[in-house]
Design a protein around this ligand. Structure first.
Ligand SMILES: Nc1ncnc2c1ncn2[C@@H]1O[C@H](COP(=O)(O)OS(=O)(=O)O)[C@@H](OP(=O)(O)O)[C@H]1O
Ligand SMILES: Nc1ncnc2c1ncn2[C@@H]1O[C@H](COP(=O)(O)OP(=O)(O)O)[C@@H](O)[C@H]1O
Length: 231
């Protein structure tokens, strides 16, 4: 240390110590209920299915509890970081690879990440999952039939695709592989937004012990398996 100037590692360690004191009041290495370990919720599904709507609905609930989080949206990343990519299988793979690594960096920095990308292929979803520790990744299949997505068509993309103006539209000219083992399926053609967000919240809040007393089960690192939608 020279002239009272402290090296970067000093501040980093002091901050880490402070965070640990705050987040580990039990003193046994477990985070408290109000400061869950960071995790990623990865929304996959057709365009118009409800990925962004549900990500922002969950974001509001996290916001209300003061939990540090961010939303990563395919539409947004494609205006900057991924602006060079189109919708071929190879470009979608690269898009998801980049998005997955950004999510990983943010989760490692302590944020809860809500990622909304079509992510149409099982292999790409697996690639992203494998970036994270077991139990840190929640795959949510925003499950909405193509016909309903086409009826909603909030961005008129399907209409344009049918007119030949949007190439490789997912579900029409480009495949969407139905997720085999997501942690959650949300049938957004059958449930309204409020019901869907409530269901999502119940799963996330339980799994990560948000706003509840920590229980021995919450420290489990294993996958919880698919949760069957119920009303
Ligand atoms: N051909 C084609 N197919 C699907 N989607 C298209 C296409 N062209 C543009 N868009 C717009 O891009 C958004 C999807 O980007 P993603 O990064 O989520 O796609 S992917 O995961 O790489 O497949 C998607 O956003 P969402 O509607 O929110 O899914 C569309 O707004
Ligand atoms: N249960 C539901 N969950 C999410 N969105 C729903 C639901 N029911 C109807 N919607 C509507 O469907 C549309 C989904 O659009 P959006 O969230 O942009 O989809 P995506 O991000 O998958 O393209 C919105 O207009 C939303 O209000």
């Amino acid at each position: 240390m020279v002239d009272g100037v402290r090296p970067v590692w000093y501040h980093t360690r002091k901050r880490a110590d402070a965070v640990r004191r705050f987040s580990d009041r039990r003193g046994d290495g477990m985070f408290t209920a109000t400061t869950p370990r960071p995790f990623v919720v990865w929304f996959t599904g057709l365009s118009g299915g409800g990925k962004s709507t549900l990500a922002h609905g969950l974001s509001q609930r996290l916001q209300a509890r003061g939990l540090a989080h961010t939303v990563l949206d395919g539409d947004v990343l494609r205006t900057g970081l991924c602006a060079d990519l189109g919708f071929s299988v190879a470009d979608r793979h690269e898009n998801i690879r980049r998005a997955g690594h950004v999510a990983k960096i943010l989760v490692d920095a302590g944020l809860i990440v809500l990622a909304a990308f079509i992510t149409p292929l099982e292999g790409d979803r697996r690639m992203v999952r494998e970036l994270f520790a077991p139990g840190q990744f929640v795959e949510v299949h925003v499950d909405c039939p193509l016909a309903v997505c086409q009826r909603r068509d909030p961005k008129l993309l399907y209409q344009k695709a049918r007119a030949g103006l949007v190439p490789a539209m997912t579900g029409l000219a480009s495949p969407y592989e139905r997720p085999k083992q997501p942690e959650l399926r949300i049938p957004t053609d059958q449930w309204d937004v409020e019901t869907s967000v409530a269901y999502l919240w119940e799963f996330v809040a339980t799994r990560y012990a948000i706003g509840t007393t920590p229980s021995p089960a919450r420290n489990s690192e294993g996958r919880d398996g698919v949760s069957t939608p119920r009303r």
